[in-house]
Unconditional design. Structure first.
Length: 450
């Protein structure tokens, strides 16, 4: 039956979800091909999590080099070279892209470096005109930055372009108050830019715990980042000197050297031929799937950001793995558990969280206990850096079970990844209390909550 088709699986999109699904399916003995019109690796590797984290590391040195003096170091002639960092980051991205390609090749996955469109129930057509058939089709085309509609939006950049700038802008306006806005605000601020964040609502990082969000806001403002709320882009014009004049709602026009929009990401579903085979789309253009990532068409599946479930790389990878195991593996089909997903914002300092916020827990459970540690990390004390960390633990009063952990402070994502196992496993506050602290650490606060 399988031989009636050119392939058992044709994957469109070689990002995190598509690569994992293709590799695992091939490991289960499937004949697999993947089409990628841009670079193998997808958003995370090429223009997302990975290069962003490298810039975050680079940015941290700005404060570390200042703090080093309190620890006895004298560093003369400090100088930051954006192009040197940018190029070494891009060099590593190319290395990783090569590794992803090698992984596919070593699993005998055929890679077509061109766009593929679905042209029949089991048929895809490549940009070159070549037609191929497959028993299953997986759509893993990800998402792209949403650019709001306003006059002059052709002058703005998104995170895609931020990695390739010729220079750090002297003044940058970042529209949006989510992950990307706060992460890049920290990066550009550390590299000497005057950063302004403008969000349409009256908050940043909606969805994160209020206490933690407020702490990031306070610290970011102390670092010199300006925040404008209820401020949406109305228009942007390019002036004769190359700078951008920007009008935000409720604000006088002001000049910036660059404007970056970070106002969410939209699923890449246009022009894929999904309508020709009747794949159902949701209101944001996302592909509607069931718990097993199956679309409204029995042999067409979709994983990752294109389904707009949880727009996080590790989730896309899990979805790709579950799809490949379920459809091509020997065991019973299984679904990804999308509950209790830990997440982090690589702001300065970073935020990390798992489970319910205090507000969500109150609404859902009624009676909760909230524990809080508000402290200045030892390193900050000696450095004279007046930046306090905040850890919050949310406990279900009826069962003593921990239902949420929320942290802002140095290395919060590294610490939370381990603690998230305990929360996912349903451990109680008493279990944390029974654990001896490692002293002196920041993480010990997790087992010392009173
Ligand atoms: P987010 O969803 O995090 O934030 C979007 C921001 O833009 C919000 O502040 C929102 O305002 C605002 N906004 C939304 N729509 C509009 C609009 N039409 N006009 C004006 N403003 C708007 O999106 P990002 O772009 O920052 O990131 C995209 C996704 O990528 C994230 O959701 C996340 O899943 C992923 N990501 C994850 C990272 C990580 O794990 N560390 C890092 C970077 C990205 P408000 O909500 O206040 O109304």
């Amino acid at each position: 039956m399988a031989d009636a088709y050119d392939y058992d699986l044709f994957t469109i999109g070689a990002g995190s979800g598509g690569v994992r699904a293709s590799r695992v399916a091939a490991g289960h003995g499937a004949r697999v091909a993947v089409a990628e019109e841009y670079r193998v690796g997808g958003t995370c590797v090429i223009r997302g999590c990975v290069p962003k984290k490298m810039l975050v590391y680079g940015a941290h040195f700005a404060e570390d080099l200042v703090d080093a003096e309190a620890f006895g170091w004298t560093i003369e002639n400090k100088r930051f070279d954006w192009r040197a960092l940018r190029d070494s980051v891009q060099g590593d991205v190319t290395r990783l892209e090569g590794l992803y390609g090698e992984t596919l090749a070593s699993h005998n996955v055929t890679v077509f470096h061109e766009r593929a469109t679905i042209t029949g129930p089991h048929e895809v057509t490549l940009a070159s005109g070549r037609r191929l058939t497959a028993r299953f089709i997986l759509v893993a085309t990800g998402a792209r930055p949403h650019v709001p509609d306003f006059p002059g939006n052709e002058h703005v950049i998104t995170s895609n372009e931020a990695f390739h700038l010729e220079a750090v802008p002297r003044r940058i306006l970042i529209a949006g108050g989510g992950y990307i806005a706060n992460e890049f605000a920290g990066i550009f601020n550390a590299f000497g830019a005057k950063v302004t964040i403008a969000n349409r609502s009256e908050t940043i990082l909606r969805g994160y715990d209020e206490g933690v969000r407020d702490r990031l806001l306070q610290i970011s403002m102390a670092k010199g980042i300006t925040f404008l709320f209820m401020a949406e882009l109305e228009w942007v014009t390019k002036q004769d000197d190359g700078t951008l004049l920007v009008k935000l709602t409720g604000q006088e026009p002001a000049a910036y050297d660059a404007v970056m929009v970070a106002t969410g990401r939209v699923p890449n579903t246009e022009g894929l031929g999904l309508e020709t085979v009747g794949v159902e789309l949701g209101p944001r253009g996302e592909i509607v799937v069931d718990a097993y990532s199956k679309t409204s068409i029995d042999h067409i599946y979709a994983v990752g950001d294109v389904t707009d479930r949880v727009q996080l790389t590790p989730v896309a990878i899990r979805e790709g793995q579950a799809f490949a195991d379920s459809v091509f593996g020997p065991g019973a089909p299984y679904a990804v558990d999308h509950s209790c997903v830990p997440s982090a914002v690589f702001s300065h300092p970073p935020i990390a969280a798992v489970g319910l916020t205090e507000g969500e827990a109150r609404n859902k459970l009624g009676s909760i206990r909230v524990y809080q540690a508000d402290f200045r990390p030892m390193k900050n004390v000696l450095a004279g850096r007046n930046e306090r960390s905040l850890y919050k633990m949310i406990v279900d009063a009826a069962t003593d079970r921990i239902v949420g952990l929320h942290m802002i402070g140095p290395e919060a994502p590294e610490i939370l990844q381990a603690a998230a196992i305990a929360v996912k496993a349903g451990l109680t506050k008493a279990d944390f209390d029974a654990t001896i602290a490692i002293h002196p650490t920041m993480a010990e606060e997790l087992v010392l909550f009173k």
